[in-house]
Write a protein that binds this ligand. Structure first.
Ligand code: PLP
Length: 420
């Protein structure tokens, strides 16, 4: 079957993500989604192993979310948030705060993950300024980390990261350290903060697992160490839960597995169940209080045009309804067991250095970076949508993916790894 006309006519004009446009294979035309599957223009169905970049946690076209969107679109698709209020956002803020531990009580909405991280960074900087602390203008982040593609978030990503090393020198450099995984690296981080802490506004980390940097997991004690060091040196702690939030690692938020409360948390990706762009930076009471003043200059000066879009908030509320019935936890446990069992034989594969799972994340790591586009094509031929990243082939399926579709995904990985 030939390509659809919209693809041939639009292809010369669409600039694709992370893509050498000259040499890249053409993208796969998708015409519909259903449950755990993508339906292609030629009628083929692929099982989605990625849940569309970790967003579609309840599967595609979930009837409860679709129904909520229908109702909202007929009533009010969008209004500006400056000076106006609407029920979807106000209910969502109150519900998020109820789900988050401790006094993470103040929700600032935006439209993308990167922007939420930028807002969290801005909150941290201005929190210090508003308290009369000067000179704390930098951030400390970790090797292996990923916090977004915008200019400021790039500075807190792993500096070696292929996606961004090109822009070295464009933006101010931040302090990039090793995660405190053992006593030696903990002492090194403590010493680094003793020397440079007075310049640092906040520490940024992806809790429990660094996603885009290669699905690198760390034990919860690391987060307790970071909390202790942040308090000792007077810096704020920001958890970027854009990947880990909403059940992916097995607890609703990764911070709960560690029993650690950050000062600010960022959320996005699965927030709307993979239907619309929405993000949030949620701050603890003491952060918010630094902005509470009679001085207009002390306000947080930020306000994305589409912030708190009512449709996106309606989708997020519907997604939270689905989280409330707790079936997700059983599903994540089921996926975890299936992924561990289905991927285990890959340990014997050529070039494989590690196979690991955490919650609904399954990872096969190679010694060297893999040929992403070749592998995508081989996976698609096996009926799977899997797009590796650097040295890892990974699966982050929708929590609702049925066992037979999961089996197709893990078999496809085994076949491509050459152990099946
Ligand atoms: C995806 C991601 C981001 C960036 O989100 P965008 O919506 O792509 O801007 C930031 N932090 C983490 C941990 C992510 O996984």
């Amino acid at each position: 079957m030939s390509d659809p006309l919209w693809l041939t006519e639009g292809a010369p004009h669409v600039w694709r993500p992370y893509c050498q446009m000259k040499t890249a294979r053409p993208p796969l035309p998708v015409v519909a989604t259903r449950g755990s599957r993508l339906i292609l223009a030629d009628g083929r169905e692929l099982v989605d192993g990625l849940a569309s970049w970790w967003t579609a946690c309840h599967g595609y076209n979930h009837p409860h979310i679709v129904e909520a969107l229908r109702r909202q679109i007929d009533t009010m698709p969008h209004v500006m948030f400056g000076g106006l209020a609407h029920e979807p956002a106000y209910r969502l803020a109150e519900r998020l705060v109820r789900l988050l531990p401790g006094d993470l009580d103040h929700v600032f909405f935006a439209e993308s993950g990167s922007v939420a991280v930028e807002i969290a960074m801005k909150m941290a900087l201005q929190h210090q300024i508003n308290r009369g602390v000067s000179g704390r203008t930098r951030f400390l982040a970790f090797r292996g980390g990923y916090h977004g593609d915008t200019l400021a978030t790039m500075t807190v990503c792993d500096p070696e990261e292929g996606m961004h090393s090109l822009f070295a020198g464009v933006m101010p450099t931040q302090v990039i350290a090793d995660l405190p995984l053992d006593l030696a690296s903990e002492a090194a981080l403590d010493a680094l903060l003793a020397a440079q802490g007075h310049e640092i506004a906040a520490i940024l980390v992806e809790p429990l697992i660094q996603g885009a940097g290669g699905m690198l997991a760390h034990p919860p004690e690391v987060l307790r160490t970071l909390r202790r060091l942040a308090d000792k040196h007077g810096v704020l702690l920001i958890f970027d839960e854009i990947f880990t939030g909403f059940g992916r690692t097995g607890s609703l938020f990764a911070m709960q597995a560690a029993g650690v409360e950050p000062d600010i948390v960022t959320l996005s990706k699965a927030l709307t169940g993979g239907t619309l762009p929405l993000s949030a930076a949620v701050a603890r009471r003491h952060v918010f209080e630094a902005f509470w003043s009679d001085d207009p200059q002390a306000a947080l000066m930020h306000g994305p045009t589409y912030m708190a879009n009512p449709l996106a908030c309606a989708a997020a509320n519907a997604s939270l309804d689905l989280f409330e019935d707790r079936a997700w936890a059983g599903n994540v446990a089921r996926l975890s067991a299936n992924l561990a069992e289905g991927l285990a034989p890959c340990r014997g594969g050529e070039g494989v250095v590690d196979v690991r799972t955490m919650g609904a994340i399954g990872v096969v790591e190679f010694a060297e970076p893999v040929a992403v586009s070749d592998l995508c094509a081989r996976f698609a031929a096996l009926g799977a949508w899997i797009r590796p990243m650097g040295k890892v082939v990974y699966l982050t399926p929708a929590f609702t993916t049925p066992d037979e579709d999961l089996a197709l995904l893990t078999r496809a990985v085994r076949q491509v790894v050459g152990v099946d």
